[in-house]
Design a protein around this ligand. Sequence first.
Ligand code: NAD
Length: 305
Amino acid sequence: MKTVGIIGCGAMGKGIVKNFLKTGYKVYVYDLNEQALKRVAEKGAIIAHSPKEVAMNVNIVITSLPTPSIVKETLVGKDGIFTYLEKESIVIDMSTVDSETAKGLGQKAEEKNILFFDCPVSGGPSGANDGTLTIMVGGKRGSFPKLDPILKVVGEHIFYLGKNGAGQAAKLCHNMIVASTIVSLGETFMVASRAGLELEQLAEVMRKGSATRVLDVFGENILKGEYDNVLFSLEHMLKDVSLYGETAKTMKVPSFIGSVTQGLFEIAEEKGKGKLDTSAVCEVIGELAGAGIGTSNSTLSVTEK
Ligand SMILES: NC(=O)c1ccc[n+]([C@@H]2O[C@H](COP(=O)([O-])OP(=O)(O)OC[C@H]3O[C@@H](n4cnc5c(N)ncnc54)[C@H](O)[C@@H]3O)[C@@H](O)[C@H]2O)c1
């Protein structure tokens, strides 16, 4: 019987446990929270009383823990699982942490002849429960075939992205889009609400318009750096963002996202990009960072070439 250990049985971990049980794995679980453990034990998981006990019983461990320091403590701290796992064991960290933590854990794993992958996920508790997570993988490319069938137990879309750290870099960028979009929605819905709009209707307008398809519409230009493919001119977008700013001011709504966005568009126009596509505002970001987006000199280290 295939066996797996799962450390962290919270909102995400409990769904992950459920799917491994459903696929026929024997599942050892550990969590600090008794209730969390009880919940998964009722479904058939075996309770371990420490990370060490998990490691002594399995060759595959999945962690779904809250923070970088908890992940490090669990893997390489005093009595961490790396001390007890057999050589060639596989450790899959599905927590969201930072790239540097993942790289450091990858190095420690290599010293112990353990295979470590950063595999942060997207899809939330429902995706974990339904086994439909999107998984962003960082780790040794050559070992990925060993990992793939394990990830398919909980994942529907699995992306191998590069060396250790690549998965976490992707996840943090992904979540920045989610977070900043939430703030943008909050800000614009506040303005709309003060302007007397029905928010349900506005939401429908946004679903049908380009607002929810920004990547589909402008992504190609950003990825290729082809800003002279003008879908919507930057000068027109600056006009609209400026008018939005005035509207927000009239409605007495603070516009944090709006002001930063307007500032970047103003710089872009100042630099002579007004007649280019709206997406040319990304060139300003590249220039501020000292490299074009996607160019070879923009790479710092995580992607495996
Ligand atoms: N919830 C989401 O929508 C979501 C989506 C994608 C990724 N994530 C990431 O997945 C990870 C887990 O998220 P979650 O929402 O399941 O969090 P959660 O707080 O619901 O679960 C974390 C679990 O870890 C346990 N825990 C804490 N410290 C521990 C330790 N030292 N040893 C063992 N268990 C310990 C907690 O008791 C808890 O049950 C986080 O890194 C989060 O950022 C969450």
